[in-house]
Design a protein around this ligand. Structure first.
Ligand SMILES: *Cc1c(COP(=O)(O)O)cnc(C)c1O
Length: 392
């Protein structure tokens, strides 16, 4: 769709945009401009004159459009782990009489770890109940304070039914938080229609804003003014430059800000979002399904050793396809050496992301051929491919 707008190294087919999106060409120039013309020339004046202070709010509006959130409901900043903590702390405070947080074993560990850390610091006897994905619906009852889920399972790509689970949880009186890490920029999301209280996500996966790019948080507008921010940083204060001695939360979504925004990363994010201005997320979704179906068909028909662990129905999965294989780590390393970048998730998952912004059917055919070659000729058996690196 927009392949020419990305830096894609010669000879590499990149099937890992679900983990770290590639560099949009315009982002380098934008970063240079921010560094040299703004930071370099304006220095401290950049906060006002280059709009740095307003950037997290302005970018939030643009991300909001990609996830079906109304104006004024999304704030950008910090990392997703922090945004999950913020959302969960606020959600638990909304249900002071309840103690149970429900999540699932397909959730990304940091979400669960942040919940554990928060439970420990609150020390009020909260309990994190982590159930298999298919049992989430049965785990929802009137004891549940918060339902904390990631829509797309990072290992298998399995997609939760956001609407049905949100409705069930809210009918039981629970507060709902959706992690959209593998959803934003991959599939259509309708927060306004679905009505969860909170959502959060990151921008370095499908939104291509680079390593360490800031996260985003959404709070439903009818409750945002009642939220007591647990991370009561000065930039979430109603009047940061009054420097008063006590915290008073800012207006609406502004209270979800914490400290100084990462201006350089924000400028990259702005450039990355320009690409989305005239791309339809429905079209991205349709094409990602086409690409993933093609890949599954080409691989399954020729590699009996690989077991598809993603849902077979494309409507039940996000934008990634995963196969289980005991020597999956070595197989991915062999494949990367041959120019096809996927990744590996313990214990045995080979994971491939399909991102039509910069991938087409020819890429997918070639990637499948190379994977088939690795498997049929057992290229993974070479010793050098089984040495584990720090990041898999
Ligand atoms: C990628 C991902 C994260 C990462 O959190 P960071 O704080 O950005 O490192 C968190 N949750 C989920 C579900 C993810 O997929």
């Amino acid at each position: 769709m927009r392949k020419s707008e990305f830096v894609l190294p010669e000879g590499m087919i990149y099937l890992d945009g679900n983990s770290l999106g590639p560099l949009p060409k315009a982002a380098s120039a934008r970063l240079q401009k921010t560094v040299q013309d703004e930071w370099g020339q304006l220095l401290i004046k950049g906060w006002n004159d280059a709009g740095w202070m307003h950037q997290p709010t302005a970018i939030g509006e643009r991300i909001g459009r990609l996830i079906g959130a109304p104006a004024g409901t999304v704030m950008v900043g910090d990392t997703l782990s922090i945004k999950i903590y913020q959302a969960l702390a606020a959600a638990l405070a909304m249900r002071p009489d309840r103690r149970i947080i429900v999540s699932d074993t397909g959730n990304f560990p940091t979400d669960l770890y942040m919940a554990e850390g928060l439970i420990n610091s609150l020390d009020k006897g909260h309990e994190l109940k982590v159930v298999p994905a298919e049992s989430v619906t049965d785990a929802i009852d009137e004891s549940v304070a918060v339902l904390l889920l990631t829509q797309v399972d990072y290992r298998t790509g399995r997609l939760h039914d956001m609407q049905a689970l949100t409705e069930k949880a809210q009918a039981a009186g629970a507060v709902v938080i959706w992690d959209l890490a593998h959803s934003a920029g991959a599939l259509p999301i309708d927060l306004q229609g679905c009505k969860p209280e909170f959502a959060a996500g990151c921008t370095y996966k499908y939104l291509n804003a680079g390593p360490g790019a800031p996260a985003f948080i959404y709070v439903r507008p009818d409750i945002v003014d009642t939220i007591e921010p647990a991370l009561s940083g000065w930039l979430g204060h109603t009047a940061p430059f009054d420097f008063s001695l006590h915290y008073q939360p800012g207006k609406a979504i502004e209270r979800m800000r914490v400290g100084t925004p990462s201006v350089l990363q924000m400028s990259v994010l702005e450039a990355a979002l320009d690409i989305w201005d005239d791309v339809s997320i429905d079209e991205v979704r349709d094409q990602s399904i086409e690409l993933s179906e093609l890949f599954i068909q080409l691989v399954e028909s020729r590699c009996s050793e690989l077991t598809l662990i993603s849902p077979r129905d494309p409507q039940q999965r996000g934008s990634q396809v995963s196969f289980a294989f005991d020597e999956g780590y070595a197989a991915i390393q062999a494949l990367i050496t041959d120019g096809v970048v996927g990744d590996f998730r313990a214990p045995n998952v080979m994971r491939f992301g399909f991102t039509p912004l910069y991938l087409d059917k020819d890429d997918v055919r070639l990637a499948a051929d190379k994977l088939v070659n690795v498997m049929q000729n057992k290229l993974w058996a070479e010793e050098r491919f089984s040495v584990r690196k720090a990041v898999t």
